[in-house]
Design a protein around this ligand. Structure first.
Ligand code: UD1
Ligand code: CA
Length: 457
């Protein structure tokens, strides 16, 4: 099969974004526009992905440095889409086919593009078009009396009759690389904008007897470009609607599909229920019957079956075992690993902490750099003092230990199996298995104590 190269045009300025960030680094669905397009190209099994960059090139390259196998080609002056493609041609192989995409058109689906690539492999020039109620600004698709595409005319070059045409060019096309090379070499800039128009290859294809296959995009948002932040916001909503529909189709209940945001990949088990204003980032896995309350953020998290997460909780870089209950107002930070049946209550923060099955940390605690066994009860206000200003130290709490409220565990320290720490203790030495540790200062009562009084003026 002829190999596919994808050329992504991304040299435009993006002035209307009013931003220091190059346009293609603005995000949709938590991912830069250009990264979305590169991912689509990857999905099409492109042997090669070429990005034609211009403004802010170094910034773009640095931001996307971990994308493997991308060729970066500079277009220092923006002389038109035909000129942009010409910059990429030296790195393309004539034996294959080329698909042209735009770096600022992020949401075209693989299913929409694959037929174009297939047609290019059949020797045709494949175009993606779209019908718009208001076609202004776009190149128009001109068809003959048989309905065959014969050329594309840019708005600035069009007659008033041509401007009435509602079918427009999305800019996305696919064709054999050898043919593309020949036609691009023939382009000139004798037109209203003094630009080398890639669109002029359509008329050259007709001249050469190459069949043109135009596919009409099913949904305008799929081929919509981003020029300003209004369009960026519109595409974000479109993208989120798609994500919500995907979750619904996989059997999740969304109390309001318009109030869930997916900025990464979420997988859901059966009968998951997600309340309003929940945000998912990175890779999130939800088991069966997971319930998530309102206003939660889950980032890079694995949540077991039957877990309930109450409102306003943030879970990041953490694993939560089945049947656990989290929140409200809990914060699980990276490296938190909870076994089954763990309870984490309100205003509890954990970081790099392993918690064994059935252990409870119900209120107002900080547990950092800790290993906690099974069946442990951590009282309200317990703090691991894990940081001495320079180093982080470990706290170990063995199975069945009971930590009284408002205790400070000064790491490194170990609380033995079944040990008890009395409320209000500051524990700086290991507590042996089964013993009681009390560090409270002895109580003193002063009878008939006269409180200080303010002097009378
Ligand atoms: C182009 C098409 C037009 C189509 C429209 C769809 C041409 C001549 N016209 O319009 O038919 O309806 O897209 O949006 O192709 N770019 C470069 N280098 C350049 C010029 C552009 O990399 O020298 C990139 C831009 O960054 C952008 C894309 O190509 O991603 C399209 O450029 P833009 O100026 O938005 O499109 P037009 O040329 O106006
Ligand atoms: Ca334009």
């Amino acid at each position: 099969m002829q190999q596919l190269s994808v050329v992504i045009l991304a040299a435009g300025k993006g002035k209307r974004m009013v931003s220091d960030l190059p346009k293609v680094l603005h995000s949709v669905g938590g991912k830069p526009l250009l990264a979305q397009v590169l991912a689509t190209a990857g999905g099409l099994k492109a042997a090669m992905r070429v990005v034609v960059y211009g403004h802010g090139g170094d910034q773009v390259k640095t931001a996307l440095a971990d994308e493997p196998g991308v060729a970066w080609v500079e277009q220092s002056e923006q002389l038109g889409t035909g000129h942009a493609v010409a910059q990429a041609l030296p790195v393309l192989d004539d034996a294959g086919v080329t698909l042209v995409l735009y770096g600022d058109v992020p949401l075209t689906r693989q299913e929409t593009l694959q037929p174009l690539v297939d047609q290019a492999r059949q020797g045709r020039l494949a175009l993606l078009t779209v019908k718009l109620a208001d076609p202004s600004g776009y190149g128009r698709i001109v068809r003959n009396e048989l309905g065959q595409v014969c050329r594309i005319v840019e708005e600035k070059d069009a007659t008033s009759a041509e401007r009435e045409l509602k079918e427009v060019n999305t800019g996305i096309l696919a064709v054999s690389t050898a043919k593309l090379r020949g036609w691009v070499a023939e382009l000139n800039n004798v037109n209203a904008q003094g630009e080398y128009y890639l669109t002029d290859i359509v008329a050259l294809a007709v001249r050469d007897g190459v069949l043109i296959e135009a596919f009409i995009a099913p949904e305008a948002a799929e081929v919509q470009g981003v020029n300003d932040r209004r369009q960026l916001a519109e595409l974000e909503r479109f993208y989120q609607r798609r994500q919500a529909e995907r979750l619904l189709d996989h059997g999740a209940t969304l109390l309001d599909p318009a109030r869930v945001d997916v900025r990464g990949e979420v997988t859901t088990g059966k009968d998951v229920v997600i309340d309003v204003n929940v945000i998912f980032e990175g890779a999130v896995q939800l088991g069966d019957r997971v319930k998530i309350g309102p206003f939660c953020v889950l980032k890079d998290a694995v949540i077991g079956d039957d877990v309930e997460i109450f409102s306003h909780s943030r879970i990041e870089g953490a694993a939560v075992g089945s049947g656990s209950q989290i929140g409200p107002f809990a914060r699980l930070r990276p490296g938190s690993q909870l076994a089954a049946g763990v309870h984490i209550g309100n205003f509890v923060e954990t970081k790099k902490t392993i918690i064994g099955p059935g252990s409870k940390v119900n209120h107002l605690s900080y547990l950092g750099d800790a290993a906690i066994g099974a069946g442990v009860n951590v009282g309200a206000g317990t703090i691991t003092c894990n940081y001495d200003g320079a180093n982080k130290h470990q706290t170990v709490i063995d199975d069945g230990a009971f930590i009284g409220s408002n205790s400070s565990l000064v790491a490194p320290v170990r609380i033995g199996k079944g040990a008890t720490v009395g409320a209000g203790s500051a524990v700086g030495r290991d507590v042996p298995d089964g013993s009681l540790c009390l560090t409270r200062a002895p109580r003193k009562d002063v009878s008939h104590w006269d409180r200080p009084v303010k002097p009378k003026t």
